[in-house]
Design a binder for this molecule. Sequence first.
Ligand code: IMP
Length: 481
Amino acid sequence: MGRSRGSYYSALKRITKVANSAFSLRKICNSIAKSTAKAMQANGCRILSLNPQKEYLITVGTYGLSDLYLKKGHLDARKSLPDILEGKVVFIADAAKDERVQYPQIALAQGISSILGVPILGKGEAIGEIRIYTREPRQFSEADKSFLLSVADMCAVIFERAELHQLLEQDYKASERRRKSSQVSPLPTTTLRPSSFAHPSEEDFAKLLDFYCIEWLYEPRSFPLRWEGDKIAEMFTPDFYLPELDLYVELTTLKQNLLTEKNRKLRQLRELYPEVNVMLLNKNDFLKLLAKYGYGPLGEAKVEGIDRVLYSHAKIQRRIRTLARRISRDYAGQRLMLIGILKGVVCFMADLMQHLSIPVTLDFMAISYYGGDGQVVKITRDLDSSITGQHVLMVEDIVDTGMTLNYILSHLSAHNPASLRVCTLLDKRARRLINVPLDYVGFEVPDEFVVGYGLDYKGEYRNLPFIGILHPELFKGEGPR
Ligand code: IMP
C-alpha cells in the first residue's frame, strides 16, 4: 500500500495540533513519534535531542520500539549515524550490516532492517534528529523524506519553545530571589530620558538607538557587587538598558589601559548575576559604529586600499553552492520569494538564485540610513508584490549589529508571510546588539570592515569580485549602502 499525500497531510495536521498543546515536551514528542510512524507505515520512530556539548543524543519521544532497543545505551553523536548531525538525510538499507549503526547486533535481534534519519535544525545547526525504523527492508521516496523533514522542522520549534520556557522560568526565579533579598533596585517602567548625559558619546548612542526605534533607559539600575556586613560597599550602574533586547550596554571612552577596573566590575557583575545580559562598547567599537554612518571623528577621511583578501571569488562561489543546496532541500516542493535590501546584496543575490533548484520570485527593498538628524529609519523603496501567505527568504549581505535586519523582519512579519527566514552571506557576530535569528550563514567574519562583492565603503569597492579587509590604518569608517 502506498503512502499518500493525504495521509501525510492529516498527520501534519495532527502533529501541529499536538505541538501547540499544553502537554509536556515528552508527551508531545511521543505523540509526534506515533503519528509519524503511522503515517509512514513504519514500525518505530524516535525523536532525539542533542545535548548542549554535542556529545550524545537523548531520546525525547518514541513509538513502537522495545525497551531493550531504547535502553541500549547513550547514542554517541560521533558514532551513531553521524552524518545526520552534519545536516544530511541518512538512509540505511540494512541496519545489521551497516557500520554507521552504533549497535548493529541489537538492531538485528530486534528485527530492524531499514532506517531513515533526518536532522532537526535550529538556527541552521543540528539540535537533534528523527529516525524511522522498519522491519521489512524498505526504500523511501522523496515524499517520505520531505514529510519527515517537515516533522523535523516542527520539532525544532517545539525544542526551542521548551528551551525558552526553561530560560524564562530560571530568569523569573533569579529575579524573585533578588527581589526578596532586595539587593537590586527595581527597574523603572517608564523610559528614563535624562535632561543631560554624563558624556557626549552617550547622547550619540541614544540618538542612534532612537533612529532604529529601539527603546532605551538611561542608567536605570544599580547592581551591588560587594557587601560589608549588611551594607553595600560597591555597585555598578551600566549606562543603558535596552528592554526589548533585555541588554545592558556600558559605553566607555577610557583608554585601553584604564579599562582593567571596568572589566573587573563587568566580570563580577556577570558572575553574580548570570541572567543579566551586559555588553561593553569601548571607544573604538563605538567610533566604528558611528563611522559606519559617516559620523564621528573617523567618518570623514579617505580610504586608500585593501589590506588583504578574506574570501576569494572561488571560495565565495563554493559556499554559495552549499547554501543553495540546503535552501533548495528545505523548500523542496514550495515556491520561494527572495527579498534583498539594496544595494549591498546584489552580487550575493544574483549568484545565490542561479543555484537554487526550486521556483523563486524576487523583490527588493531599500531603507534610509542613519543621519544623526533626529529622523527615524524608514523604508525608501518598498516591495512591488505582496508577501502575505508566501514563503519568504530575506537575503542579506552582512549582519553586523543586527539593527537593520531586526527592523526589516518586524516590518515583513506584520504582513503575515507563510514563513520568514534569513540567509546572510556574512555574519559579523562579534558586534551583534540584537540577536536576530539567522537560518543560513555563509561565513562568520571577524570584527573588521570588509568590502567587495557588493559591499561598499562610501559607495566604492562594490565591484571587487572578492571580499577584502580595508587596511586597518586606513580604515576610516563605512558609508551608506
Ligand atoms: P547592522 O544594522 O549593523 O546589522 O548593519 C548592516 C548593514 O551595515 C549591512 O547591510 C551593510 O550595509 C553595513 N555593514 C556592516 N558591516 C559592514 C562591513 O564590514 N562592510 C560594509 N558594510 C557593512
